[in-house]
Design a protein around this ligand. Sequence first.
Ligand SMILES: Cc1cc2nc3c(=O)[nH]c(=O)nc-3n(C[C@H](O)[C@H](O)[C@H](O)COP(=O)(O)O)c2cc1C
Length: 368
Amino acid sequence: MKNTFGQSLQTTIFGESHGPYIGVVLDGLAPGIEVNDDFIKEKLALRRPAGAISTARVEADEYTFASGVFNGKTTGTPLCILIPNTNTRSADYDKAGRVARPGHADYTAMCKYHGFEDYRGGGHFSGRITAAIVAGGAIAMSALEKKGISIGTHIYKLSDLTDTSFYDIKDYLPEVIANLNKKSFAVINNDIAKDMIEAIEEAAKDADSVGGVLETAITGLPAGVGEPWFDSVESILSHVLFSVPGIKGVQFGAGFDKVCERGSSFNDALRNEDGKVITATNNNGGINGGITNGMPVIIKCAVKPTPSIYKEQKSINLNTLENSDIAIEGRHDPAIIHRARVVVDSVCALAVYDMLAARFGTDFFTQE
Ligand SMILES: Cc1cc2nc3c(=O)[nH]c(=O)nc-3n(C[C@H](O)[C@H](O)[C@H](O)COP(=O)(O)O)c2cc1C
């Protein structure tokens, strides 16, 4: 499908960066889920640009529910969230003379939509659309939290700086996630935050951008969720994660870091601890045969440096296809990663909700 994801819970996104609205439709939600505006606003605030490490385009994200909410709870019929775009500066894009931004979707969008696409601010390909994903994801996330499931993401790597990994934390992961979810710049080791922020500021000063790796943990998932082949937990999660603009790699568990080792070091020993089956290590990232094993699902996502940089670059003119140089204008993030982190949480929440609803039924999430 084109702009819709999911089976039991279907998420549809729509809108363009400089159009009147962006939005999301959630179809298949359980009736009776509490819709907590403070929680939705908290999540939107984590995505909102702030300071020199983000774009100067700041939007209030004042959303409205066009449908699907009654007396503060979901009705179970399609829930539509509309978010107006208020801070647009479309002239920046007219001036560009239609030269494709290297690394962005300007050229591929033209190939697919034959020049009819709304290219202002990246149009439908803009990171702006992720505000709608975050608003919709917050509904799914609050339902998951009621079931004891937590999702949290931190900046594991940025430039050559590395944070503490979830793999270094064993017993108190849900507390670490709760703490991370309060931070606007999400790192586990607070000492590394200043250096990472400086690295983003340095890139910005050089008219450049910087990327890195996000690490996500999903805790509290019961064992036995997922499907063996095409709808494996890895397939569903990577499908939705690769839909987030700027994500260029997804790893589950120890993945690329450890697969060249021997089976004896990669295998996770099964143990019975006080009647609960656990694994002694978690190199498989909580998934075996496409199905959850009850251990935390651990994911790493490679987030590329923002494509729109202010340095002059070589490209092509989209009208003539002739070689042309481009000096990008407009307002852009010198790094995507710190804003993408809550988008990653949100798409994971929508996907996990979908898989649980498929396994246990829509009313699994209905709250009395
Ligand atoms: C939260 C967020 C903010 C983004 N901000 C920008 C931006 O300011 N400038 C830009 O060129 N790309 C930005 N991007 C990335 C582009 O949307 C993305 O690179 C582009 O659509 C091409 O898609 P691809 O990188 O997945 O191939 C952002 C992405 C996200 C998730």
